[in-house]
Ligand binder design. Structure first.
Ligand code: G1P
Length: 274
């Protein structure tokens, strides 16, 4: 059974400088809630309760956020403001959080391998908090957990993108199975549009079988000299052990200013309650 969700959160967030000079990009709020909290809530909806976070230098605000704040809670006790803290209190009560630090920025594959110490030898999900997903009937990770329970192999969330944007994503090729599922046969990290195997891009939601850690240990640096999770997954894909899932819902690329602003407008108009 899937219990654990890994959050790689070591990146610098340079696109949001100067705000990210002293604040982790994962803590930037979409309306009134930090980006990473949306990811944690999505994982909880999928039945996951152990949140494993790979952080780095300058990211202390993340572990502090997922901990009780006695002084603040005491200050606002009995006032209207108390209800604003109820959702994060519920998360703290229902989940276990663990943290480790990535020593050097060596790519997403290395960040995930750094998380092995928190995950151990069991299947796990990965959420890249930058990709903020809103599922239709169900959260995107919930949809993927259902697929994992049927197929017991690695799964990547995919989305159709304009072909001229393939160099921003991992891109897959695969054979269509039933129900928005593809058996992945090829995957390339950030290909030039002329080399892209399709326009199906990997979005920041994954489920992995634990042998991915052994594969990552053997994976040499790839695109941009970094250890790429896409390259490690391709090893499993060649054995027919990776599914691509075209999820039902919407994704905001909150790693870009435009996507961040769209997400803010969307959540303000459709979700926010003052
Ligand atoms: C990472 C992955 C890429 C994936 C993307 C999804 O890239 O390396 O394969 O498509 O996340 O957001 P990054 O956005 O960290 O450059």
């Amino acid at each position: 059974m899937l219990k654990k969700c890994l959050f790689p959160a070591a990146g610098y967030g340079t696109r949001f400088l100067p705000a990210t000079k002293t604040m982790p990009k994962e803590m930037l709020p979409i309306v009134d809630k930090p980006l990473i909290q949306y990811g944690v809530e999505e994982a909880m909806e999928g039945g996951l309760s152990h949140m494993a976070v790979v952080t780095g230098r300058g990211k202390r605000a993340i572990p502090d956020y997922f901990d009780v704040s006695y002084e603040l809670e005491h200050q606002i006790q009995g006032t209207e403001k108390e209800k604003k803290l109820a959702p994060i209190r519920e998360i703290i009560d229902q989940c276990v959080f663990s943290f480790t630090r990535q020593k050097e920025m060596r790519g997403l594959g290395d960040a995930i391998l750094t998380g092995e110490t928190l995950i151990g030898n069991e299947p796990f999900a990965v959420v890249l908090a930058d990709d903020l997903c809103v599922g239709n009937a169900k959260g995107v990770l919930s949809q993927m957990v259902d697929i994992y329970n049927q197929h017991k192999c690695s799964i990547v969330a995919i989305e159709e993108i304009p072909i001229d944007e393939t160099d921003k994503y991992g891109v897959i090729a695969g054979d269509a199975l039933a129900g928005n599922l593809y058996r992945v046969s090829n995957m390339v990290e950030k290909p030039h549009p002329s080399d892209a195997p399709s326009n199906l891009a990997i979005i920041g939601r994954y489920i992995f079988t634990p042998d991915i850690f052994d594969i990552l240990r053997e994976t040499p640096p790839g695109k941009n000299g970094e250890i790429q999770i896409t390259d490690a997954l391709y090893v499993q894909a060649k054995q027919g052990r990776v599914l691509g899932y075209k999820f039902s819902g919407r994704r905001f690329d909150c790693g870009s200013v435009e996507g961040f602003v769209s997400a803010t407008n969307f959540f303000y108009e459709n979700v926010y309650t003052p």
